[in-house]
Design a protein. Structure first.
Length: 252
């Protein structure tokens, strides 16, 4: 199923966004930040599910939520936030939650490896809680930037090793880190896919065919190996609708 996601949606009231998205998409990956905190939109989500036939999956909050924090109280706060998301998803019968790996800030720049180790520890701690709540977690590859971890496929795979946590493949992110081929080799482990494009230099979230990532090659690699959802991560709804039209044409 083709879905849509955009951080821009968080800036508008949930009911307004719900009404607009449901006219164009059957699946929305919600980022529960801004106007869309999960505990405050549960009633609206139930209405969307039961009355508008809209399906949901969740991208765990990103702002200040750092599962790789080297300051243990903040790492625990991040885990608490994600566990809350998982619990609400169980209540709403939503089965997929995508999470980001840790990011490097402050004194962690003195030894980036500690952020990666904290990320792996957090994944191991979240995995059984997600399993107990019948939630599939997916850890997402990050774009190339000074703060990011898990930009390389090998690191992403290592971070989930020994757990039931799957991978969220982000085409645009992989393009910035020259990791498209490496990521696609692990497509059997994908539990979610984010589609957007860029010039290979930074994470622009362009239309899915507007950039240097080879969309057709990605779709060809996914065919027969991945039967999950395809989430268009757009800068806004209009761009998402245009990317959906392109994607539907390419999938025919």
């Amino acid at each position: 199923m083709i879905g849509v996601a955009s951080p821009a949606f968080c800036a508008k009231p949930f009911d307004e966004t719900l009404a607009t998205i449901s006219k164009h998409f059957s699946l929305w990956e919600i980022l529960p930040e801004g106007e869309h905190h999960l505990n405050e939109i549960k009633t609206g989500m139930l209405y969307g599910r039961d009355s508008l036939d809209l399906k949901f999956q969740i991208h765990a909050p990103m702002t200040d939520v750092n599962i790789g924090s080297v300051y243990e109280p903040m790492r625990q706060a991040a885990l608490k936030e994600i566990r809350n998301v998982i619990s609400v998803c169980r209540e709403l019968d939503i089965r997929l939650v995508t999470i980001h790996p840790g990011f490097v800030t402050g004194i962690a720049f003195l030894d980036r490896s500690k952020v990666f180790e904290a990320t792996k520890r957090s994944v191991r701690e979240l995995a059984p809680f997600a399993e107990d709540n019948s939630i599939q977690l997916a850890l997402e590859n990050m774009p190339a930037n000074i703060n990011a971890t898990c930009t390389a496929a090998a690191d992403l795979v290592e971070a989930v090793q020994g757990t039931d946590v799957g991978l969220c493949f982000d085409m645009g992110h992989a393009n910035t880190s020259n990791q498209l081929d490496e990521m696609l080799r692990h497509r059997s482990e994908f539990r979610n896919v984010h589609l957007h494009n860029n010039d290979g230099q930074w994470d622009q979230h362009n239309r899915i065919d507007h950039g240097t990532a080879d969309l057709d090659r990605v779709l060809s690699a996914l065919k027969g190996s991945y039967d999950g959802n395809l989430i268009i991560e757009a800068t806004g709804l209009d761009e998402g609708i245009e990317s959906k039209r392109i994607l539907e044409d390419r999938l025919q």
